[in-house]
Design a protein around this ligand. Structure first.
Ligand SMILES: Cc1cc2nc3c(=O)[nH]c(=O)nc-3n(C[C@H](O)[C@H](O)[C@H](O)COP(=O)(O)OP(=O)(O)OC[C@H]3O[C@@H](n4cnc5c(N)ncnc54)[C@H](O)[C@@H]3O)c2cc1C
Length: 317
């Protein structure tokens, strides 16, 4: 049976749901081994959380260089185990870090790379959705290990658990990987909401909010959702750019996406149209976003959202 590697994801010291998603994809392809990159002494605590039922082994690599030299150090360490094991594939979650890392590992191992896939088959055929969602592309790597980044929330993760074998691997980071050093980091301000790209539910606001995101945030908090924004809203300074959904923002694929006061420009759609269920609130019945809607409300978001919030509150009590 072929071997497939996945890179385990953590949010702080806690395992991320995307690890199980990658493991679920990996199990279609072969025997799943998870790679854990950790700071010195942190490996056992992180590895003990990698218990998705489809994972049979965990390779733990510890080094202070991962934090200090970022992608280049992590890529070298991963490339080292890839060159030794020659797995059929390496699966990484799509993110700015994940895509950069995947590109570096592909170069170091002379392997082919496919980024931002929304599916991968047992035969290693990856599906990408491009041109604002109008076109699906199916591609396969033709050289080396298939290095594929996969969009979060694109598969229902296997919910079983296992006790994989944990193997500590010596870490190799050369001087070449140390040419740029991370000096400081500004951690994101924790506001208690889920991370945008991992959230199961996202409530987004656009120009229609006129700068007042409070009804969007209230509704999001009642649903345990993340808050997103269109570029019109982020460019206006109404919401931080890190919450922008779309072609030049984040790509999301939640179970539920609620678009409030967003017209549905192609650049916005590009980042959210693979959402499983799309709900639209817009006062213009001709707004293009209604073409994507599973459920649509023609109305003023400042009337509709408070009513919807009240409905959720009543349902909860
Ligand atoms: C290269 C490039 C990249 C881009 N990248 C992105 C991107 O990543 N993400 C992105 O979002 N955009 C992106 N854009 C911008 C995009 O083209 C649109 O300009 C933007 O998405 C519009 O945002 P909006 O829908 O909030 O605003 P608008 O298009 O102005 O729409 C506002 C909507 O709100 C409705 N509305 C107004 N008031 C209310 C109310 N009270 N209640 C209910 N509905 C109301 C209106 O009917 C309208 O449909 C990009 C553009 C370019 C050229």
């Amino acid at each position: 049976m072929s071997e497939v590697f996945i890179l385990a994801d953590f949010v702080g010291d806690k395992i991320a749901r995307t690890t199980s998603e990658l493991a679920t994809y990996g199990a279609r392809i072969g025997d799943v081994t998870a790679i854990v990159l950790a700071a010195p002494g942190k490996g056992p605590a992180l590895a003990s959380q990698v218990v998705n039922g489809t994972i049979s082994k965990v390779l733990v690599m510890e080094s202070e260089d991962f934090d200090r030299y970022g992608v280049s150090a992590s890529a070298e360490a991963i490339a080292h185990v890839l060159s030794e094991h020659k797995p059929a594939a390496l699966l990484i979650t799509t993110s700015a870090f994940g895509k950069e890392l995947a590109g570096c590992v592909a170069v170091l191992t002379d392997s082919g790379l496919i980024t931002d896939a929304v599916d991968v088959t047992a035969e290693l055929v990856a599906t990408q959705i491009i041109f604002g969602g109008s076109t699906s592309v199916h591609s396969r790597v033709s050289h080396g290990s298939s290095i594929i980044t996969l969009r979060s929330n694109s598969v229902t993760p296997d919910a079983t658990t296992s006790s994989p074998e944990i193997i500590n691997v010596p870490t190799v980071v050369s001087e070449r990987a140390k040419h740029a050093e991370v000096i400081t980091r500004q951690p994101p301000v924790a506001e208690g909401r889920p991370e945008l790209t991992e959230a199961q539910i996202i409530v987004s606001g656009g120009r229609g909010t006129n700068g007042d995101f409070s009804p969007v945030e209230t509704f999001a908090d009642l649903l345990g959702a993340a808050v997103g924004a269109s570029r019109a809203a982020t460019d206006a300074g109404w919401y931080p750019h890190s919450y922008q959904v779309g072609q030049t923002g984040k790509t999301v694929s939640p179970q539920l996406y609620v678009a409030c006061g967003i017209s549905g420009a192609i650049q916005h759609r590009a980042g959210m149209q693979t959402s499983k269920t799309i709900v639209v609130i817009n006062k213009d019945p001709d707004a293009p976003i209604f073409e994507l809607a599973d459920f649509g409300v023609v109305g003023d978001l400042f009337t509709v959202l408070p009513q919807a919030s009240e409905g959720v509150r009543a349902h909860k009590s």
